[in-house]
Structure formats: C-alpha cells, structure tokens
Ligand binder design. Structure first.
Ligand code: ZN
Length: 354
C-alpha cells in the first residue's frame, strides 16, 4: 500500500467514525449505539452522612446528534417528572433516536425517600440552590457536583423537570432564562417554545458566574449550553394530565432538536410572563389561601391569610400587581420567609424575583 492510499484509507476511517454513533458513557453506565443502559452514580459517604446514589439511564440513539439531559426529582416530592421519565424509559426506542438522552431519574434520593419538600433531610439544603456543587461539601452539594461533572458536562442541552413541590398548587409553566450568551438564550427560548407549555416566565435574574450558578439549568447555561426549567403538576400528586404534559414536552424538544422525526409542534402563541414575583410570609403559623392556581387577580386582591396557632390573623397577603396566580401554597404550615404564592403578568415590569 503506497503512502497516498494509506492516507486515503485513514481519511475514510476518520470520516466514517466521525459520522457513526459511538458508545456513550455517563459515570459507570455505557450504552452502545441503538441501546439503552441503566445504572447509578454513587455519591460516597463523607463527614458522617451515608452518601447516596443517583439512578440514571442512557438512551443512546443509532445516529450521532444532540445529547439531551433530562433531570427529574431535584425536589424529592415532585413526582410527575420522575414518573414521566419512567415512562420514557419504556417508550423511547433508541434505534429510532438521533443523538443521546441522559435521564436522571431521581436527582435527590435523600429527599425523595424521606418525602421532604424544598430541603434535604441530610443537610437542610435546597439542592436547586447549591449548584455547581462541591466535591467535598455536604450531601446536597456533592449530589450537585456529581450532576454537574457527570451529566451537565456530557450534555449539549439540558431540561430540569420540576412541578409544584408537595405544598404548591401550581399551573404549568416554563422558565426561559435570558441571561446566557445571546445564542444560548435564543436557543433556550426555542426549547421553551418546543416544550409546548403556553405560559413562559421570562427570567432575567439568574447569576452569570459558572462557579456560582446556583440552579441546575443555570449551571448548563453558564457553561454555554441551552437549558430550560419546566413546571407541570404539584401537591405531591401523580396525575395523568401533568405527566402527559411532560411527555409531550420532551417529545416536542426532541423533534425540535432533530432527535426524532415526529412530535408535537412548538407553541405558536405563548403567554410571556414578563413580570413575576414570589410573595412570602412575614410570619410563622397557619396559611389559608383565598385564591386558586390560575386565578386572575387585581392589584390588592387578598391572596391568603396567615393566622397564629390560636386563630388570630397575623398577616394578610395581597397581590402587589394585577396578574395570574402561577402557584399558591395549598397546605397549612408556613414559616416566616417562605413563599405563599407566585404571581405573574404579561405586562412589563421589574422582571422575575424570588
Ligand atoms: Zn422543584
């Protein structure tokens, strides 16, 4: 074989391998092209805690393409996204997919098994406030670190699938985070449209520093990867409508990214929530809502009352501006500083605040 034909053969091999799907590995899990593989990331014990595991699956398509990471269960009582990914595991045909899906089935196992809202029973921290995490931190920080290093680092696109927490009665919406580089932000807007939920909260206030990204989806965005946070469901329910909405959303994003041939169309006429505000309780006691999710409220409308434990009203919470109730707390316990409701409007204003 002369030099020229050796070069030609080498070029052919390189070209072929560049266009053929490769095995895909996340932590200890490797999926060959056209197959699904499952396993778990291990977060070893440290500093007296027991450590934990993060169950994952890799659905590796037959052809190379985008790597879409889907995270469920960052908050342990948010069941709809966990159940939607369980379904995806059985309905997705890797041979028909272009690119790769990484499924994080239950990101926050300590909170899931203990059925806690907001905070981990292991360290009292909110997993979605400690990203990108720390290798030598508390358990929540080490979970965040593992997801950052093993999942977000391997993905080209990320969706963090939430719903209202176990105490939140929520109407469905996505957050479109605008703070990334312009091309990343625009790609994120298209992900929000492709997911298909009609309410999209325009979020202009996420941190820009990759070392202090705080939120899972923002960890991707600060690393130049388009990402989305979605909310469908709540109140610790496992209702069919909320689960199916997530399944449709994932199918829409996969269609948009060219990962599957068919799928739902993007939302054509989204309701862009330009201004939104989390209303918080100024007192600890018993919360009784006066509105429901999806209600339209005027400025000053009573959202709910906080009473002390002897029935005396200690606070009335009112809408700071006219808008829609995106979520309202649906269970009685309330501590000073905790959210009682989230109100938003299409009218431009101060932007998202929480
Ligand atoms: Zn959540």
């Amino acid at each position: 074989m002369n030099t020229l034909s050796t070069s030609a053969l080498l070029l052919l091999l390189l070209t072929t391998s560049a266009h053929a799907q490769q095995p895909f590995t996340v932590g200890p899990v490797t999926a060959a092209p056209g197959t699904t593989a499952s396993g778990e990331l291990t977060v070893p014990p440290r500093g007296g805690d027991q450590g934990t595991t993060i169950p994952i699956s890799v659905i590796n398509g037959a052809r190379p393409g985008p790597v879409l990471a889907l995270a469920a269960g960052v908050h342990g009582q948010e069941y709809t996204s966990i159940l939607a990914l369980q379904r995806l595991l059985t309905t997705a045909d890797p041979k028909a997919i272009t690119g790769t899906l990484i499924l994080v089935h239950v990101a926050n196992m300590p909170s899931f098994l203990a059925r806690t809202i907001y905070y981990s029973p292991a360290d009292g921290k909110n997993l979605n406030r400690v990203f990108p995490g720390k290798a030598d931190g508390t358990l929540s920080e080490r979970i965040a670190h593992a997801i950052t290093q093993e999942v977000i680092a391997r993905a080209t696109h990320v969706i963090d699938l939430h719903c209202g927490d176990g105490n939140e009665s929520l109407r469905p919406y996505s957050y479109w985070i605008t703070t990334g580089k312009p091309d990343v932000a625009e790609a994120g807007r298209k992900l929000a449209l492709a997911f298909g939920m009609d309410h999209i909260i325009v979020d202009r206030e996420r941190p820009l520093d990759p070392a202090e990204s705080v939120y899972l989806s923002n960890t991707a965005i600060t690393r130049g990867k388009p990402a989305l946070t979605t909310e469908s469901g709540g109140m610790a329910l496992s209702d069919e409508e909320s689960i199916a909405r997530i399944e449709r959303g994932i199918a829409g994003v996969m269609k948009h990214l060219g990962m599957r041939a068919d799928g739902p169309a993007p939302i054509a006429q989204p309701i862009m929530i330009e201004r939104s505000e989390v209303l918080r309780s100024g007192a600890t006691g018993i919360f009784q809502p006066a509105v429901e999710r999806g209600h339209t409220v005027a400025q000053g409308t009573l959202i709910g009352r906080v009473t002390d434990f002897h029935g005396r009203v200690v606070e009335e919470i009112r809408a700071p501006f006219a808008g829609e109730i995106l979520y309202v707390i649906g269970t009685p316990p309330i501590s000073k500083g905790e959210p009682v409701a989230y109100v938003g409007t299409t009218a431009a204003g101060a932007g998202a605040s929480r």
